[in-house]
Ligand binder design. Sequence first.
Ligand code: ADP
Ligand code: ASP
Ligand code: MG
Length: 407
Amino acid sequence: MKKLVVQKYGGSSLASAERIKAVAGRVAATREAGSDVVVVASAMGDTTDELIALARQVAKRPPERELDLLLHTGEVVSCALLAMALGDLGHEAVALTGFQAGIKTERRFGRARILAVNPHRILQELSAGRIPIVAGFQGFTDELDITTLGRGGSDTTAVALAASLGADRCEIYTDVEGVYTADPRVVPEARKLKDISYEEMLELAFQGARVMHTRAVEIGAIYNIPILVASSFTDAPGTLIHGEVDMERRNKVRGIAHDTDVAKVTVLGVPDRPGIAAAIFEPLAEAGISVDVIVQNASVEGLTDLSFTVSRNDLEKAFSLVRPVAREIGARGCVSATNLAKVSIVGAGMQNAPGFAARMFRTLASHNINIEMITTSEIRITCIISEDRVQEAVRALHRAFQLEKPD
Ligand code: ADP
Ligand code: ASP
Ligand code: MG
């Protein structure tokens, strides 16, 4: 049977007419090599940011539904242009919006999850010999409203399509040559990984390595889709994200992620009694706000401080939900801060091996970087620190764990 690949091209790979023609050339070459190909395109360059800025110029709080309708046009533009460029190279291509491609989502504007993909139209186009070019980052609801999947969501469109089409693999083409031990723009000596497990990639993505959208990795893991991350500018071999990485291979940190999209809310002087945490966090959950790190101090004379972090975009909403609850439960007050960032070390080899946390804390201490909060998973340690120290922290940890050295 013919091989089927899904190829996704990110915004910087499609930033100009020249780049769109270059990408068309790569898609055509894949097709000429004998594979069937479905393409997912992101919006050109900074289009999404520009559309958000434009919306904010006309309205203080742009309504979510209209904002999604606006933002989804970015990917529609690049899809249509890419299909035209392919036509010029002698390949019949058909541009499809998320709606036309059958991507059904929940009704949650700005961060909708994909509920189902009806691949009927894509399969029809493939069997007619055309190359489907699907607009990433978007879908539609039961009510036929347009939704977007959250920033970076085109990766998720690509992996979801690969799963529903039973593709042999999903290829994510971007402006770096693969997944590195840290963001190569922050750590010049960061090393490209040959491969990485879904589990480790998921943690890195969730902690801010924006080279892959978290939910894309989740879907890849569930459906066991191999995902190649590679450059659309060069032919260098990329990084394969898959399930068969030998976990015992190294007792090492695999990568470091950092994220400046951190805001903290602290509820001060909370009475220490059952039900308080539930009262604070339930309204946040109902509003669809994900809470990341939570720290509750030891109680002194029956009072405790409770801090948690959310994405900066969610801060205003989170704060407005928590303030009345704080008043109701008799807390002393609420404060928020946005000058924070998080830095994480990730590696399956950290499981059951002592010493990683100590080395991380010692490294930060030796740079005089204060740790405000700490969280861990089995394969990750995260510290919340001051935003203006985060790049220094990433570089110091990269050195301390000797990540520049080959495996
Ligand atoms: P695209 O527009 O192609 O989706 P993104 O900007 O979303 O590209 O993601 C690619 C960027 O991710 C890179 O330019 C790089 O700065 C950043 N990045 C962060 N962490 C890593 C990492 N560990 N490996 C590679 N790139 C990373
Ligand atoms: N264009 C969207 C964004 O900028 C989706 C994506 O690029 O994946 O977030
Ligand atoms: Mg991206």
